[in-house]
Design a protein around this ligand. Structure first.
Ligand code: TZP
Length: 214
């Protein structure tokens, strides 16, 4: 595995439909602010596909490489293999982490989980980290389950699951601290970074919020 849990601290996720400026400008500003990991999640209305998606991925991968930040691709295992991404993030509807691990040649495998059973299965399947949410109300993803708060994070830690955990969904500078206090290693965020008036400054403040709750 190529990651350590500190790399989850401020985990920025975005696709082209999530950005006010170009996704390259947005990602570069987020990198300048100090994000620790990036996931390319090209989904929804106006999302790129095919070669346009691949070319976009390659450009973003170059920015991450330059900054030494893991470049993760959401769901699209084929693309991740093709361009040599640092890892993939998969949901419950995708193939098992164990099968993905075999394909991506030592890369990072992240899995979204919503229950203890899903978390235990992800661990048994060899996931490097789990993401859980939505912690808070989010307008970014419409097909989520109910708002979950931090209960599952607390239960995972109470039951001695040591896997790196990242929270997702509606996380902002103002509400990031309880996610870390519950036992998460980091926060994964789309809109509070991608739509911030000052992307770099938002990341600096998120970093500070995460650090102060550690
Ligand atoms: N999975 C659960 S909530 C969510 C995803 C991808 C959206 C997170 O976006 P935001 O804007 O940080 O709430």
């Amino acid at each position: 595995m190529l990651m350590n849990r500190e790399q989850l601290a401020v985990y920025f996720i975005a696709g082209t439909p999530n950005c006010k400026q170009s996704i390259e400008e947005t990602l570069q500003a987020a990198i300048d602010g100090g994000i620790t990991m990036f996931q390319f999640r090209e989904k929804g209305k106006d999302a790129l596909a095919g070669s346009a998606k691949k070319e976009q991925a390659v450009r973003l991968q170059a920015l991450c490489r330059e900054a030494n930040i893991p470049f993760i691709i959401n769901d699209d295992i084929e693309l991740a293999v093709e361009i040599g991404a640092d890892g993939v993030h998969i949901g419950q509807e995708d193939e098992a982490a164990s099968s993905v691990r075999g394909k991506i040649n030592g890369g990072i495998v992240g899995v979204s989980v919503h229950t203890m059973d899903e978390a235990k299965k992800a661990i048994a399947d060899g996931a490097d980290y789990v993401g859980t949410g939505p912690i808070y109300q989010t307008g970014t993803k419409t097909d989520t389950g109910p708002v979950a708060g931090t209960a599952l994070i607390k239960t995972m830690r109470a039951q001695n699951l040591t896997i790196p955990i990242v929270g997702i969904g509606g996380i902002t500078i103002d509400n990031a601290a309880p996610v870390i206090a519950a036992g998460a290693d980091g926060v994964s965020i789309i809109s509070a970074i991608s739509y911030a008036d000052d992307v770099k400054q938002a990341v600096v403040e998120l970093q500070a919020a995460v650090e102060s709750s550690n």
